[in-house]
Design a protein around this ligand. Sequence first.
Ligand code: FES
Length: 198
Amino acid sequence: MAWITENRRTAVVEKGSSPYLTEDMKAELRDIYFPRYPTKRAVLLPALHLVQHKYNWLPTAALEEIAVFLEVSPAEVMDTVTFYDEYWLKPKGKYLIGVCRSLACEICQADKITEHLKTKLGVDVGDTSADGQFTLIEMECIGSCGTAPAALVNEVLHEDLTVEKFDALINKLPTDPHDYKDPSITWDENGHGGHHGT
Ligand code: FES
């Protein structure tokens, strides 16, 4: 069997005029996370979350900055990032739409919703719309088989979906995705949420 490898030797790391890992972010990692973990290296996942939350993806230059800050090798950071599906190494739309494609949803014609979204957004599965608003993916069972077909939009669950319901949902999405909150959760003024009744 032949291994096909990607040639990264000549890859160019795009650097912005200012660092991705800002002084504020470093202070947050230093003051809040370092005391909670036994080593700097153990703060890698929170650091990746912090950067991705701000930019919505992880540019290679940001990975290098995290590696320097946490005193780990860039290869270790890349190993971690590529291990988890939740990290994005290419720009992601403001809204990540994940339509479940597992059995219960498949039986309930989730594929019709996916096909509709592909046409509506002008993308293929895995792609981001030209305006940078939406990235469409398919997911395996998201635990709502009883209310299939189901999908996640930026981690908010939507059930019993139809093409019409999805259109209405997309039309109502706020411009700033940080304003898009799960209605089943009660949010305080600091943006911290708790489930109703807790
Ligand atoms: S199969 Fe879609 S939520 Fe379980």
